[in-house]
Design a protein around this ligand. Sequence first.
Ligand SMILES: [Zn+2]
Length: 264
Amino acid sequence: MSDDVPQIPDASIPEMAVRKVDPAHEPPAPRRAMAIHAHPDDQEFTIAGTLAKWARAGSEIVSVVITSGDAGSNDPRLRADSRPALARLREAEQLAACRVLGVKRTIFLHYPDGELVADLGLRRTLTRVIREVQPEVVVCGDPTAHFYGNSYINHPDHRAAAQAACDAVFPSAGTRLIFPDLLEEGFEPHNVRKLFLHGVEKPDTWIDIAETIDLKIAALKQHKSQVGESDIGRRMREWAAEDGKARGLASAETYRVMVLVDEA
Ligand SMILES: [Zn+2]
């Protein structure tokens, strides 16, 4: 990609033209961002380029990993009692990936992998974490995404994590008398300003990750138990190129951004 003005094939995507998205506009790096996902490696597959870019720009990034991926192997030698060891391995891989990206803090919530439900307990836990960390931006998946293409059913843990994250962002993080026990524990309400949803069918925001796609791949490769020897780098570059195409970007990650608190 040269420094020329990006080509914008608006004619081919009329719904974007109608929305009048400014292709040159990219949201500024937030002061503090929180990524919320179901499994170790979810953020590396999806938003790691954005997180690395924001971290380089001075953002404080906090990653919340709800399960520790302790069902993430079909090795026939594994049994139920193998799960704690697998969880420890995957947490170590996640921490290594976060170091590559410049994530300041990683919070593991230790829910069981493969059984996640967006219930009130999970919503309360995420509300507490959001109130404690007080992020300006929360990044999570699209809770409405059931299917991608013709070959991937979105993991139910991904949907549950995304649903609980959205529900924690609004209304419970910012509403004083929801989960009043949190108030008694000292967790004052906090209003998240923007919610970035990834994996959406119709994105409205593109983050140029040309400068951090290498970090994204390096971080993903820390998940050795998951990506193995596969040519994951090539796949990630293809995804990023595909996502950038609509805005003339060589590499991008795409989002739908909910602005919950208007800029003053
Ligand atoms: Zn996952």
